[in-house]
Design a protein around this ligand. Structure first.
Ligand code: AMP
Ligand code: GLY
Length: 422
């Protein structure tokens, strides 16, 4: 089998490494990949959003199967495009990827099918949004409808903050057309859980749960980032809660999408909040999470390619997907200054790894035969173990052995999960 993987982050590195475990895989092309993925796949510098370039590549090289992971190409219809060329894909078609691509669509779907979520109102006129915001309780949440690089949700503490958010999103359009419509949403509280799932459009099989750490600094301080670390499983997500989620959220969502004529196949990511009134959906993503994938896939005991093919073919069964009973932790090693200003171009020295360790490279490139930093989140240091405490200790022991100038990491990844276990 020759495989095509679209994307170029730590998540894609984890996907590539998991796919390689399948004995029938001869070759993997990763578009565009990165300097670290280049050790595991042939990276070709075609951007994930260059649909024309990817289609031309697929016509020439005829991959047997493609895995599309980033949100933009999924929402732009890359899967439809590749399937039309006869390349079977893991990932939703455009009409299903809208579950992430439009927060207005997903909110209306949840309301129509009674799927628990924060109450919200939709506005396309800034004046109407402001009149409503005058009457709101604070804090409240304002969300841009479309994709906004993970920065489209703002928790505002007062009307004046809300005014600024409306001005930025709807008038100055800092997220472009993504902010043409906004949601004003009830503020919920409780522990957050990420549950990625495999689905073929009928059957939905949740993967092991995980917990992201989105803020840049220890103690959940500092700016929002793409994610500074993760642990799996998430201790707040008990078997009882998992049952409730399956019956009130996962199955109803997959059935609703089918009912709407938008059958969702691929990885459906449920961003959940465990509120005092039960689990509610904070967001859907139409793809694997980053850096959730980096802790989930190392715990997958089944063959990833087989499961992905079953999602595509409509033959997924729960017994195909088996996870180890252990735990995993990912510590993101970033460039000092991320998510704002940071320097790049520093040589990276990677340590030898033990069987329980993995390095998934995100922001790095090859330059004169060396691996050098090329982004904010440079790599994820991942370790597995029988228990969470040991996994966290092992991930930090690995992260400390990674060397590059201006390296920065949070020191408290996993601490909240460990205190919840006590
Ligand atoms: P989103 O872009 O929808 O994933 O939101 C980003 C982050 O904002 C989430 O991970 C939550 O921490 C927070 N958030 C989103 N919606 C709400 C809400 N209704 N209540 C409280 N926090 C929220
Ligand atoms: N880690 C959050 C996401 O992938 O959206």
């Amino acid at each position: 089998m020759n495989l095509l993987v679209i994307g170029g982050g730590g998540r894609e590195h984890a996907v590539v490494k998991a796919l390689k475990k399948n004995g029938t895989v001869e070759k993997i092309w990763c578009l565009p990949g990165n300097g670290g993925i280049a050790q595991d796949a042939e990276c070709v510098p075609i951007k994930a959003t260059d649909l024309e370039g990817i289609a031309a590549f697929a016509k020439e090289h005829r991959p047997d199967f493609a895995v599309v992971t980033p949100d933009d190409p999924l929402c732009m219809g890359l899967v439809d495009r590749l399937e039309a060329l006869g390349v079977p894909c893991f990932g939703p078609r455009k009409d299903a990827a809208v579950l992430e691509g439009s927060k207005v669509f997903s909110k209306q779907l949840m309301e129509k099918y009674g799927i628990p979520t924060a109450q919200a109102r939709v506005f396309s006129d800034p004046q109407e949004a402001l009149s409503y915001l005058k009457t709101c309780d604070y804090p409240t949440v304002i969300k841009a409808d479309g994709l906004a690089l993970g920065k489209g949700a703002l928790i505002v503490g007062s009307f004046s903050e809300a005014e600024e958010a409306v001005e930025n999103m709807m008038v100055k359009k800092i997220f472009g057309e993504s902010g043409a419509r906004v949601l004003v949403e009830e503020f919920l509280s409780g522990p957050e859980v990420s549950v990625l799932s495999f689905t073929d459009g009928e059957t939905v099989v949740p993967m092991v749960s995980s917990m992201d750490h989105k803020r840049a600094k220890d103690g959940d301080e500092g700016l929002n980032t793409g994610g500074m670390g993760t642990v799996a499983p998430n201790p707040y997500y008990t078997p009882e809660i998992a049952d409730v989620c399956m019956n009130t959220i996962f199955l109803p969502t997959v059935r609703a999408m089918k009912q709407e004529g938008r059958t969702f196949r691929g990885c459906l990511y449920f961003g959940l909040m465990l509120t005092p009134k039960g689990p509610k959906v904070i967001e859907y993503n139409c793809r694997f999470g980053d850096p959730e994938t980096q802790v989930v896939l190392p715990l997958l005991e089944s063959d990833l390619l087989t499961v992905m093919q079953a999602c595509r073919d409509g033959s997924l069964r729960a017994d195909m997907v088996r996870f180890s009973a252990g735990a995993a932790c990912c510590v993101v090693v970033a460039s000092e200054g991320y998510p704002q200003k940071y320097e790049t171009g520093f040589e990276i020295s990677l340590p030898e790894t033990q069987p329980w360790e993995e390095i998934y490279v995100a922001g790095a490139k090859r330059s004169e035969g060396k691996l050098v930093t090329a982004g904010g989140r440079v790599l994820g240091a991942v370790a597995t173990a029988d228990g969470l405490k040991e996994a966290v200790g092992r991930a930090y022991a690995l992260a400390e052995r990674v060397r590059f100038q201006n390296a920065y990491m949070r020191k408290d990844i996993g601490q909240r999960a460990l205190s919840a276990l006590k």
